[in-house]
Design a binder for this molecule. Structure first.
Ligand code: ATP
Ligand code: MG
Length: 211
């Protein structure tokens, strides 16, 4: 039988992926809090538990045949090296621009500074609007940056808006809606076509999406 490896995004996507995997008989057969590679209940499918931002890389290079990853991470990575056959509809949120309640307060002298974990998406977004901004790459807690004068704006994920509100920030623009996607390595799609099509059909059934 064809062996398949699926790269899973650790964290909240993993939590929302587990019920889907369970319905496909692919639940992890091992300690997902400690193991980086675990068998699934299906002997032909193994799972990698990795940082969300690394999933596109593992799949692109064929270290995993498939992956589950947020649209935000895919857009930042630049997705053309991967097939993206299915929206799983899980880990739903949006990528937005936010500022302090009082506004970004541009002084007219310097460019607006935008703090984000997503420099590529942010660069494209402001370039499309013809706005010159300075992008400051951060690895987490973007909400802090405007409060301490590190940045005028942030580009970050928003689900309820609760974290923004708690930090005195307001959402001023939505860049894109975000859900998790199934991605597939292009060579694997050819070499393991039957096994992958079969798995895609099963995913489609449980998410009610297109096959
Ligand atoms: P790392 O451990 O590498 O820092 P992370 O902090 O990006 O990872 P999470 O916060 O679990 O990990 O986010 C991973 C993915 O989950 C995001 O890329 C996004 O697609 C989705 N996500 C993030 N925040 C939310 C949210 N509030 N609601 C729903 N989905 C979210
Ligand atoms: Mg994190």
């Amino acid at each position: 039988m064809t062996q398949l490896t699926i790269a899973l995004s650790k964290g909240r996507i993993l939590e929302e992926s587990l019920p889907l995997l369970g319905r496909l008989g692919l639940e992890p057969a091992g300690d997902i809090d400690r193991l980086l590679r675990v068998p699934s209940k299906d002997r032909n499918v193994s799972l990698l538990i990795i940082r969300p931002a690394d999933v596109p890389t593992y799949v692109e290079y064929g270290a995993a045949d498939l992956g589950i990853v947020g649209k935000d991470v895919l857009m930042e990575h630049g997705g053309s090296a991967l097939y993206e056959p299915m929206d799983l509809g899980i880990a739903r949120c949006r990528l937005s621009v936010a500022a302090k309640k009082e506004g970004p307060r541009p002084d007219g002298v310097r460019r607006l500074r935008v703090a984000t974990k997503y420099p590529e998406i942010t660069r494209r977004h402001f370039a499309e609007k013809g706005e010159q901004v300075e992008i400051i790459k951060l690895y987490g807690s973007m909400e802090l940056a405007p409060l301490v004068g590190l940045a005028d704006l942030i580009v970050d994920l928003v689900a309820t808006g609760g974290t923004l509100k708690a930090n005195g920030l307001v959402e001023i623009e939505t860049i894109t809606q975000v859900t998790s996607r199934l991605v597939v390595n292009k060579a694997a799609m050819k070499m393991k076509n039957a096994a992958i099509q079969n798995l895609l059909a099963q995913f489609a059934e449980v998410v009610g999406g297109k096959p």
